[in-house]
Structure formats: structure tokens, C-alpha cells
Design a protein around this ligand. Structure first.
Ligand SMILES: [Zn+2]
Length: 499
């Protein structure tokens, strides 16, 4: 195959013989026997500035014990100046048998403030220094709406904070690094994306990050994937002014706003139609979905010319989202439902025409725990990629980075093998390699309103190309899965190499 481009756009794709090909490379072309070109991958849902800043935080994702957790905290603290906040992320209690951490797990941070986020960012644990500061300010007197301050038998906070308690009480107190550090972090994050062959992303961002980080960096002459922003600012009355200030700036654009309808299966806060196993709790709707303002929020978002994107993981949250979209008159082609980790049989047909923004690697890591929490009779309701696609929804794959790495090859493999991280195959509702590839290119590009500019190798599309070392449709994924060996962005190779 030979691909020719000019001024960053694909001109021609041809199947040519080797002797014909060499003459065509002059203007910019790919003609290599040893690489296989696919459209640059599109990640429909991640958190670019958050993940980029996270690259400098203490990484707890590999910890399999309390000892491992504490030794990483100690090592992280040793590398920080006195008094600086220690920020860590990535822990998962499932890795060490399920005990939830409390403030004492952070004692190795010493007398500096310390916070460690769970891998799903929906919970964090803080040390005594932060607890004392929060207590002084009266912030621990009662749970904030939509959040939980976990307490021990005596009623004292353990240091563990869930959902809004993590976001509202802790996040605003962590000092924000200066602009130069945030810009440098973003460039590091961007180079990681490019290394995975990702050339366009849908990023969940606060307006402040758009103004202070993404926009200034998008104006620099640096290689940057296309970044499509969905705004996380969601207090009513909605302030979508950043979307009025600009819609497109180079490779940066704003297309939507996000609301959260529920929490996560991991913390049993996803809103389910039936209770979790062993409790009478069904999780609960939160934010607009809880307050009865989801319809008004959707109307406000669509009136501003933006698309509503709703975090809905439990089957009850998905139903509430579909109900609200119907009531608000949001056409299915404008509706992006994030995660859709469970959906009832009755609601499946209602997904037709909507975007199901799903993360196959969540399935790989969450399946074992989720199956336990929901019971054997409901595992067939989990991660129904195949059923959702057959119902007529568009699958748009992503990673939710920093929750999992933005690695499309691993995601695709998980989607068609249905294999969880524990090695077991949860083989219901799978899709083919080709469908998974489409969901991580064309499907995600459609979801982000980038089609056919991105997610395609057709003439006229951006010359954004991922180069693989083998053909994903023909190779043996078990013996030797395809590897990204290069990336072309707008006709350039930002990580070096030759086309
Ligand atoms: Zn997310």
C-alpha cells in the first residue's frame, strides 16, 4: 500500500508494486512493506491535562500490598521539597485483597499534606495533615452533597473521601503548579499519546485548563494531536463562555459539556436498577440526574450548540440519561453516553443512533470485581459492546486516561477477546477485531465530530496515520500482537523515523 499526502492531507491510497512505489515517495508518502498503516487512533474519552500532570505524581498502580503502597509514598516524599504536597494516584484495593486505605497509609509522607487518588479518581485518601486542615475549616462536619466522608466506628473520618467529598473538599486545596510546569507536563502527555499512535482525543476539561494550558500550547508550533474538549464545568446556571470565546483553534476545539449521572461499579456508587449483592443499596443518581435538572441542563447545553455527554455506568443511570434526552428533545446523534458499563435489555433498543463512549480496558480491569458486586445473573449486562453495536449505537472507544493507559492496541484486544485482567474470558457480547479497530478510529471520530477529517485514510482526510508492525486483521494477536512502530501527524513524523 502506498499513501501519498500533500499539505497534511491524504491525496491518494494505492496498492502498487514495489518498483512503482519508489517514485511516489517524493512529496511525502508511506510505502513500506514492513509496516501496516491504519488511521491514527482516536480516543473518545480521556483527561489530557489531568493525566499529563499525573505523570509527575507518585504512581501507585503497581502496588499489590500496603507495604508496596507505603514504600512508594516514602520514596515520593523523599524527592519533594519540604512542605510541598505529595500527590499520588492509581491505587486499587482489589490488588491487595480489598482493604481500603486510611490516613495512616500516608504516614510516610511525614508532615507534608498528602493525597492519594484511587485509580478511577472517584475516591481519595488524605493524610492527617490534610484531615486536620479540613477539620479546622469545618469541612468534615457533614458529607457534601453527592459525596461521602468515610468514618470509623467512633465517627472519626478515616481519611477516605468518596466522589464529591474528594472533588469538592480536596481538589481545590491542592496548589496548582505554575503555567510553565503545566505546559511542559502537557507536552509530555502529548508525546505519550503519539507513542501509542493516538492522533486525536476527546478530553474532559475544566474551562480553566482550556484557557490556561490547552489554548496556549495549541498556539505553539509543536506537534499536538487534535484535542476535542468536553467541558466539565457543570454548575447551573451553566457558564459555557469558553466555548463562545473560541470553537476551533488549530487542532483544539470545544464541542460539548459533561454531566455525571452516577459513580462507579468499583465503589458501588453506580446507579443500578437492582441492589448490589449483599446490600440493599442500588447506588444512586448524582448531580443533575439526582436533582431533577438533567433535562434543563441538556437543553442549556444543546441551546449553546454543544453536545451533552453524560457519565452513566449503572443501568439505572443509563435509563435516566435516555429518559432525559427524550424529554429534552436531544436527537440521538447528538447524545454521548460515557462508559455505559451496564444496560438493561429494555433500554438496548433505545441506544440506536446514540454514541456509546466505552473503554474496553475498563472491562479488562473491572470485570472480576463487577461480576462479584452484581452477581452471576447480571454479568451478561456488563460491557455489552456487541449488543450495543447491534442495537444501532455507534461504539466510540477510549481509555479514560489516567484511569488506564491510552493504549489502543490493548483496548482493541480486550474488546474482541473479552479477556479480563485475571485471565478469565468473559466472553459475552464481543465484537470483531475489525469492529474494535473502527470503534477506536472512525467511531470515536464521529463521536467527537471529527469524521471524516480524522479516523479515516480516505483522500481529503488529515494525514494522521498509525504505523503498525503487522496487519491487525491477519496477525496472531496471542503470539505477536501488532505494535505501534510510528505515527504520522498532519504529514509529519513528530517522533522521528521515516515514512
Ligand atoms: Zn473520565
Amino acid at each position: 500500500m502506498a499513501i501519498t499526502w500533500r499539505a497534511g492531507r491524504i491525496e491518494r491510497i494505492e496498492h502498487v508494486t514495489a518498483s512503482e512505489a519508489s517514485a511516489r515517495i517524493a512529496r511525502g508518502a508511506i510505502d513500506r512493506r514492513d509496516v501496516h498503516a491504519v488511521p491514527g487512533f482516536v480516543d473518545a474519552h480521556l483527561h489530557l491535562t489531568l493525566a499529563s500532570m499525573g505523570l509527575s505524581k507518585v504512581d501507585l498502580s503497581a502496588c499489590a500490598s500496603r507495604v508496596g503502597f507505603e514504600s512508594r509514598i516514602a520514596a515520593g516524599a523523599a524527592s519533594l521539597p519540604d512542605g510541598a504536597w505529595l500527590e499520588a494516584q492509581g491505587w486499587d484495593e482489589a490488588s491487595w485483597g480489598g482493604a481500603l486505605p486510611d490516613s495512616s497509609w500516608l504516614d510516610a509522607a511525614g508532615d507534608r499534606p498528602a493525597v492519594a487518588y484511587r485509580m478511577d479518581i472517584h475516591a481519595c485518601v488524605v493524610n492527617d495533615v490534610v484531615l486536620r486542615q479540613l477539620a479546622r475549616e469545618g469541612a468534615l462536619d457533614s458529607d457534601p452533597p453527592g459525596g461521602t466522608i468515610v468514618r470509623d466506628a467512633s465517627g472519626a473520618p478515616t481519611g477516605l473521601l468518596l466522589e464529591q467529598a474528594a472533588w469538592m473538599l480536596v481538589n481545590p486545596r491542592v496548589p496548582v503548579p505554575d503555567a510553565a510546569r503545566r505546559h511542559a507536563a502537557l507536552l509530555l502527555g502529548v508525546s505519550q499519546l503519539l507513542g501509542y499512535g493516538v492522533t486525536a482525543v476527546g478530553s474532559m476539561e475544566y474551562a480553566r485548563e482550556v484557557r490556561e494550558v490547552l489554548l496556549p500550547v495549541a498556539r505553539l508550533p509543536v506537534a499536538m494531536p487534535t484535542v476535542v474538549v468536553t467541558l466539565l464545568d457543570r454548575t447551573l446556571p451553566l457558564d459555557l463562555s469558553v466555548a463562545q470565546e473560541f470553537r476551533v483553534e488549530g487542532r483544539l476545539k470545544v464541542i460539548g459539556a459533561k454531566s455525571f449521572a452516577d459513580g462507579t461499579l468499583g465503589s458501588r456508587t453506580a446507579a443500578m436498577l437492582e441492589p448490589y449483592i449483599g446490600t440493599d443499596s442500588r447506588g444512586s443518581l448524582i448531580e443533575h440526574a439526582h436533582d431533577g435538572t438533567l433535562v434543563a441542563w441538556m437543553r442549556a447545553v444543546t441551546a449553546a450548540g454543544l453536545s451533552p455527554s453524560i457519565h452513566a455506568i449503572g443501568d439505572a443511570a443509563v435509563r435516566a440519561t435516555l429518559d432525559a434526552a427524550d424529554a429534552a428533545g436531544v436527537p440521538r446523534g447528538r447524545l454521548r453516553i460515557e462508559h455505559v458499563q451496564t444496560i438493561s435489555d429494555q433500554d438496548l433498543p433505545r441506544m440506536a443512533g446514540a454514541f456509546a463512549s466505552m473503554q474496553p480496558l475498563h472491562a479488562a480491569s473491572d470485570m472480576p470485581g463487577a461480576a462479584e458486586r452484581l452477581g452471576a445473573h447480571r454479568t451478561r449486562l456488563l460491557f455489552r459492546c456487541g449488543d450495543i453495536a447491534r442495537a444501532g449505537a455507534t461504539l466510540a472507544f477510549g481509555s479514560d486516561w489516567p484511569v488506564v493507559p491510552p493504549d489502543p492496541m490493548r483496548a482493541i484486544r480486550s474488546a474482541f477477546t473479552g479477556r479480563a485482567d485475571d485471565g478469565r474470558v468473559y466472553g459475552h457480547s464481543l465484537i470483531t477485531v475489525e469492529e474494535a479497530l473502527v470503534a477506536h478510529t472512525e467511531g470515536a471520530a464521529r463521536c467527537l465530530e471529527l469524521w471524516p477529517e480524522c479516523g479515516s485514510l480516505a483522500p481529503g482526510a488529515r494525514a494522521d496515520i498509525a504505523l503498525l508492525d503487522s496487519d491487525p486483521l491477519r496477525c496472531d494477536w496471542d503470539a505477536k500482537p501488532p505494535r505501534v512502530c510510528g505515527v504520522v501527524l498532519g504529514g509529519e513524523m513528530p517522533l522521528g523515523g521515516r515514512a
